[in-house]
Design a protein around this ligand. Structure first.
Ligand SMILES: [Zn+2]
Ligand SMILES: [Zn+2]
Length: 443
């Protein structure tokens, strides 16, 4: 799936670096950051195991937030807690003036029953949509938190030399609040934090974030410039007809048939009505519910689905056509369709200039990097990157011999190779130091 490019020569030259470095003062910030990352790797692994064993659903991340806040406080940072709901934000002021880099990790887990044999496997249960559910860090956000905690420690250790500041954002509910019912007022984690001003005071200049993935080998990084991950709209359709006896359908209006026709017609929205040369799109119906008995035509059928696109114009167009199609197909048989599309994730767009500028940094941090194809998964990192230039990248967490067989993110058998964490710490610390130095040198 990913084009692999060997960086072996660079890797060898890097591993020789310490031989040329007589003292800490002679080392560049990048060298110091890479060395600190190596030293903090074991600590990060221990943190991740602890967090993995105690996963928490969106907006319930109190234990995780307390762990993070205690660590950041111990590093001498000013720490703000209960941001949004359970978010933790800290500001590391460098010894020299300069821009503000934000680094983001998401803290929430998923309602998934863990099926790994790990000694630190979860047996936590929490409330999800009104029911108690098994909870697991099945998306690897435990790794994101541990990586950013170690990054904070690495950067705090070189605070005096930093030409600028760093804002650490540990956000809740990337996967959504665990009691989420759309009311038009509450958002998923990142959007909520942005709405509450997390990117201001001090104003953030750029933001970086990462996501672990089972699809890449341990320690490999994949990046993309421009649109990278899809926007995601939750599609809800309510089809209303008129209830009648199944033996006499002409006496009523059948919402089941209208719904079947709507499902079929919706597939024409992408294949016939969307300019796929601009950007791809996906429309999928995931649930369809209606009726109580084999010989009763019901009053109503409800459906839900997901809409994925890669730019705002295409998103608006697809949403409009879904509405149009569902309403008119229903009307043809005398039924009505009420369409509601809730936009929970925007398209994640990596700033092309920032991505190009930081590529050498990623090359140095990882043993291998490659460009990723578009990803139809979604991320609420998108809401930060809508406000300030951002770059979001992927970190492989699957040992090479298990590649292609490893359980994907969100599945009960999802595993994170501990050896990948050091690459994440290296990437996050050096993206920060290199960006700050780049700005300082260009002034
Ligand atoms: Zn996820
Ligand atoms: Zn995730």
């Amino acid at each position: 799936m990913y084009r692999l490019r060997s960086r072996l020569a660079l890797f060898i030259s890097l591993s020789l670096l310490p031989a040329f470095s007589a003292s800490a003062e002679a080392l560049s910030l990048n060298d110091r950051a890479l060395a600190a990352a190596e030293q903090l790797s074991d600590k990060a692994i221990a943190w991740r195991h602890d967090i993995h064993q105690h996963p928490e659903l969106g907006n319930q991340e109190t234990r995780t937030a307390a762990l993070v806040a205690a660590h950041l406080s111990s590093l001498g940072m000013e720490v703000e807690t209960n941001v949004g709901t359970t978010g933790v934000v800290a500001w590391l002021k460098g010894g020299k003036p300069g821009p503000v880099v934000a680094l983001r990790a998401d803290m929430d887990a998923l309602p998934v029953k863990e099926a790994t044999a790990l000694p630190y496997a979860s047996n936590t249960r929490q409330m999800y949509l009104g029911n108690e559910q098994d909870v697991m860090h099945a998306c690897g956000h435990d790794a994101h938190v541990a990586i950013l905690m170690a990054t904070a420690e690495a950067l705090a250790g070189m605070r005096e030399s930093l030409p600028g500041s760093v804002k650490f954002i540990f956000q809740p509910a990337e996967e959504g609040p665990s009691d989420y019912v759309y009311d038009g007022e509450r958002y998923f984690g990142a959007r909520q934090l942005v709405a509450e001003g997390v990117l201001h005071d001090p104003a953030v200049d750029v933001i970086f974030g990462l996501h672990v993935t089972a699809a890449l080998p341990t320690g490999m990084i994949a990046y993309r410039s421009g649109p990278t991950m899809a926007s995601s709209g939750d599609l809800h359709i309510r089809v209303r007809g008129k209830q009648t006896h199944g033996a006499q359908p002409w006496d009523g209006v059948d919402p089941v048939l209208a719904s079947a026709q709507i499902v079929t017609a919706l597939q024409g929205v992408v294949s016939r009505q969307t300019d796929i040369m601009q950007a791809p799109a996906v429309v999928s119906i995931g649930t369809i519910n209606g009726g109580t008995r084999h010989n009763i035509i019901p009053d109503e059928v409800t459906m839900s689905g997901t809409v994925r696109t890669f730019n705002d114009a295409v998103q608006a167009q697809v949403n409009e056509r879904i509405k149009n199609t569902a309403e008119h197909v229903a009307a043809a048989s005398g039924a009505t369709a009420e369409v509601n599309i809730v936009q929970n994730y925007a398209t994640t767009v990596n700033d092309p200039e920032l991505t190009a500028q930081m590529l050498p940094t990623l090359r140095r941090a990882a043993w291998n990097i490659a460009e990723t194809p578009l990803v139809t998964g979604s991320e609420d990192f998108s809401y930060y990157a809508k406000e300030v230039p951002g770059m979001f990248f992927f970190l492989g967490v699957t040992p090479t011999d298990n590649l292609g067989k490893a359980a994907p993110n969100h599945s009960p058998g999802f595993l994170v190779d501990d050896q990948a964490l050091v690459t994440g710490i290296k990437a996050m610390t050096t993206l920060t130091t290199d960006y700050l130095e780049h700005v300082a040198q260009s002034q």
